[in-house]
Design a protein around this ligand. Structure first.
Ligand code: ZN
Length: 334
């Protein structure tokens, strides 16, 4: 997929990505602007390496308002010691760093959604330049890729680790073995609704073992979901044979999100009334939420119903909803 004629990336690491030991530094992206002529975006990166072995690439903050990933990965970068591992761990706690600093899903610089920007461009926007650096410099180094998401400000999820249904069944099997090792309360087998430009797709097309998560949401982190993220990253490193020690087991329930019927969208704006909570069972046709018009009294709400049976896996988080918002997501119990 990579165009061999592309110019080199403008991003330069301030550390030697191949050195043994722990390197803390930055991916420096030149970004000249009003408040900083010849300034740069400095994206924190940490590489911990001990000799030969597999490489894991761990990322959070692909969307800037999702916090379990950055919390777990800043913590891991500070505490993981080279002597505990064989191989390498590349940690980028906040991949779309301008979005992370802005507390927003997309970049405040260019409105770029990192997870719709792959393979990126070395001569594109700031977000596209970061994507291009991952595409051509970081992903090729990795054997296993874990990208930690949560719901952000507008969604709230049951905590799950997930991988995708893939055409290469051997690759798919490796991904689901890594999902099992993460040991989130839920493990999800997903078919994406919109794969173009996703980091997931870029990694999978390179043949990497790629897993992701949704660990909560609402634009914050919770104690329980942070614990899940911290345990999960270390479990995945143990599973990959990089980190010493046994996998810390925890019960998980397997989910399937096989079709677009999982997703229910608002067809009107207004005040959303949830009628079931996350994790509760639903039958096809059940009411998931009602959206009340807010302009005046006396108007019936729009009723959002389940197109399939399962459990409520995600819901719109803010109390007000717009037309087109994802109101609810159902997953099937396996
Ligand atoms: Zn996300």
């Amino acid at each position: 997929m990579t165009d061999q004629n592309l110019p080199p990336s403008p991003i330069s690491p301030t550390i030697d990505l191949d050195a043994d030991g722990t390197q803390h530094g930055f991916l420096r992206l030149p970004y000249s602007r009003d408040d900083s002529a010849w300034g740069s975006v400095m994206i924190p990166i940490c590489v911990i390496r001990n000799g030969k072995g597999p490489t894991a690439l761990l990322t959070g903050g692909n969307h800037g308002d999702e916090y379990e990933g950055p919390v777990a990965l800043f913590d891991l970068a500070r505490t993981l010691e080279p002597k505990q591992i064989g191989g390498a761990v590349i940690i980028v706690p906040a991949m779309n760093y301008p979005a992370f600093r802005g507390g927003t899903r997309t970049s405040p610089i260019d409105k770029g959604n990192m997870n719709r920007s792959f393979p990126g461009r070395p001569d594109g926007t700031v977000t596209q330049k970061i994507a291009d650096y991952f595409q051509r410099s970081l992903l090729p180094r990795a054997d296993l890729v874990l990208d930690i998401h949560s719901g952000g400000k507008t969604l709230d999820f049951l905590p799950f680790c997930a991988a995708h249904v893939l055409p290469d069944k051997a690759q798919e099997k490796k991904a689901f073995a890594a999902v099992a090792a993460f040991a989130a309360p839920y493990s999800n087998r997903m078919v994406e609704i919109d794969t173009v430009g996703m980091y997931d797709t870029a990694a999978e097309e390179m043949g990497k073992t790629f897993i992701t998560t949704e660990l909560g949401g609402g634009g914050t982190a919770r104690a329980a979901t942070v614990r899940i993220a911290k345990r999960g990253v270390r479990n995945v490193l143990r599973h990959a044979g990089i980190l010493e020690g046994e996998i810390e087991q925890a019960p998980t329930r397997w989910l399937d999100m096989p079709t677009a019927d999982c997703f229910a969208f608002a067809e009107t704006g207004g005040l959303i009334e949830p009628t079931i909570d996350l994790g509760e069972p639903v039958n096809e046709g059940d009411v998931l939420a009602r959206i009340h018009p807010v302009d005046r009294t006396g108007i019936a709400p729009q009723v959002i119903r389940a197109a399939m049976s399962g459990i409520l896996a995600a819901r719109h988080f803010p109390g007000l909803v717009q037309t087109g918002d994802c109101a609810a997501v159902i997953a099937m119990l396996r």
